[in-house]
Design a protein around this ligand. Sequence first.
Ligand code: F6P
Length: 342
Amino acid sequence: MLPFSTAYHELTLKRFMETMKKIAILTSGGDAAGMNAAIRAITRTGLDKGWEMFGVRDGFSGLIEGNFIPLGARDVGGIIEKGGTMLGSARCAEFMSSEGQQKALEQLQKKGINGLVVIGGNGSQTGSNVLSELGFPVIGIGSTIDNDLFGAEITIGVDTALNIALESIDRLKVTASSHKRAFLVEVMGRNCGYLALMAGIAGGAEAIVIPEINSPPDEVAAELLAGYKRGKSHAIVVVAEGAEYNAEKLADYFKANQERTGFRLGTTKLGHVQRGGTPSVFDRLLATRLGAAATDYFARENYGLLLGWIKGEIAATPLSEVAANQKAPDLKLMDLADVLAK
Ligand code: F6P
């Protein structure tokens, strides 16, 4: 029989080994301002729990290649104020195949990783769900400027992207008013109209065009003309890139019908400008809270979940539900936007 002190020591060591974790973090899909703040929070709260922390370079493709880097407290210093992701991100076609997924699992096992945090949007969390269904402990953190992720009212990067869009809209409005001109601003969002709707309301747009609502160009032209008749000196149309009539098509229409509509429409496509900004206070705090929660969930052996912000709190939604659903914007806000544009 072992002397008490050795038995006690072995028991303590066993408990320590059970609670000791090696956690990896990856960022995937489009970069979003605040991803770095999340990486920092996950790393430092994990280290505080006595765990070993790793980063995966370049999303799921880095995972397939086994591209891990150790993360210490200093490695994540000076990144909270930076947009983008220090780990790099990618969209990975190979991970869609079961061979790719097996390779990723093998790399995680080879490295002795026993938990993975995936920071990303819809496509990324579908990847999280795949690994989770294969039996690997995964926690997702909602991060995409599109704000179309089920399980999160607002994702990391949305607030910053909206503020960037808004700054451009405000500037265009100044020139529009000075010259009595009309401008079209196209914002990102993939198939979701959230960014356009919110930027349009916050920017006082005369018309908002989103994929979820059919807005023929004739109607848009009529709205702008009505605004001029009511004495407005400017006209701003915020259009989502995923709308049937995106900026290009609307601009073509207005060009072809310039005589009839009576005005020209200048076009500004914001594109990736919206993604790379300095994270706002909101995004830094959201990312920090979600990141810290991720290690708390791992500590409680609770995973297979997406952590998102719902009704002012961190909510956990099964990754299977997240992968099976997509969130739509609140279309009632479109009626409000119409009233406010009067
Ligand atoms: O999902 C974020 C997003 O910025 C979308 O709004 C946009 O449609 C897409 O990514 C652009 O993707 P990429 O950067 O691969 O061109």
